[in-house]
Design a protein around this ligand. Structure first.
Ligand SMILES: [Fe+2]
Ligand SMILES: [Fe+2]
Length: 178
């Protein structure tokens, strides 16, 4: 039972597919980088739906999988633990559990091949799952909002997230593609 839009469209030039520009200019670096990752995978999940060839699907899914693995790692190694104390415990606990769910789904898809029954459906469901998780992080009062109100220096943390991301991309992306 959605309440009527109280604030009418002033400058609502949102993205076509309902993707909102949630990246605020004022975001500290850590939040900005994590949101950039979110926008990137969202875009790739949308793109996946347009694909027809199995080869392209596999290629794009591999990109999505790597991005998600690296992103969840940097959040789990740096962002989440350092936000303990600033962000509600329950919310962080749920985020870890959701990451685990995503990892399992990724592993399942990796064990399959495009063209297999349910492959596309699994990718689609993973995308929806990720969008839900991203919302928990980005929504008002969510993890990022609470983090921004907290004591951590999120610009300095951003530098570390960035460095660790580069390391992991090289480590996980280079070499062992399967
Ligand atoms: Fe995230
Ligand atoms: Fe996350």
């Amino acid at each position: 039972m959605a309440t009527a839009h109280t604030r009418t469209a002033s400058k609502t030039a949102k993205g076509r597919s309902g993707r909102k520009r949630r990246t605020s200019r004022r975001d500290p670096l850590a939040v900005k980088l994590l949101k950039q990752d979110h926008r990137q995978v969202e875009e790739w999940f949308d793109e996946y739906e347009q694909l027809e060839s199995d080869r392209e699907k596999l290629e794009l899914f591999n990109k999505i999988a790597l991005a998600l693995k690296v992103h969840t790692r940097i959040e789990e190694e740096i962002f989440y633990p350092e936000e303990r104390g600033d962000v509600e415990e329950d919310m962080l606990d749920e985020a870890y559990v959701e990451h685990d769910g995503a990892k399992k789904a990724i592993a399942e898809i990796e064990a399959m091949e495009p063209g297999d029954e349910f492959y596309d459906a699994k990718v689609k469901v993973l995308g929806e799952y990720i969008k839900h998780h991203v919302k928990e992080e980005e929504q008002p009062g969510g993890i990022f909002a609470q983090a921004k109100k907290g004591d951590e220096d999120l610009d300095a943390m951003g530098e570390r997230l960035k460095a660790r991301k580069e390391e992991l991309m090289a480590e996980m992306g280079g070499g062992k593609a399967n």
